[in-house]
Design a protein around this ligand. Sequence first.
Ligand code: E4P
Length: 224
Amino acid sequence: MQFYVDSANIDHIRHAAALGFISGVTTNPSLLAKEDPHIDPKIRILEIHKLVGGHLSVEVISTDFKGMVKEAEDILDWFPEATIKIPTIPEGLAACKILSKQNIPTNLTLIFSPTQAMAAENAGATYVSLFMGRLDDISFDSINVLKDICEIWDVQGYESQIIAASIRNPIHLIEAAKAGAHIATVPYNVLMQSIRHPLTDIGLKQFLDDYDRLQTERQKAIIL
Ligand code: E4P
């Protein structure tokens, strides 16, 4: 399972990218709205792409299919490597079909059920994004929904990549990987929680302290 960063924060993305295990970034209008309003979102997105390379999803804000297709074309004019992120609504599926016929990569977002995911696949989506945390928020077990989607993908031999999105904690990541998601898109704080462990920090401190002690003892031994 690959890791993407789910963020539009340049400092977080710069740090995560430097760690060497990130393959892409997903943004959405809410994530962009959290950032400095003085910076044009287009500039921000190009800056992110320069830092990370790989996958970068950019979301349309139109809700009619013609508007979505037009917006996708506009995005590709200034950012030809973009994956176009489209809401999984009826108009979004229609837009996805048109874009997929032109081999434009699409990420069908705001998916909450296996049937939405299947519709997205059949409309030619490149990626299907299941929002786990938001399902859990309404007391609906997101892990079971993801397991169902992954099983269907196996049985049917579907080709789109399953993204576990709306990740809230490291358990989501473990369960997504076990279920067979291809990618997890992860907020920066959860990424950091996932790679840190108190026993690693304690163990490292012990190694360094012991090494210092060894050096001191050796100095003393040499002098004597
Ligand atoms: C996915 O691509 C979305 O940007 C994201 O995962 C939404 O997550 P949220 O529920 O934390 O807003």
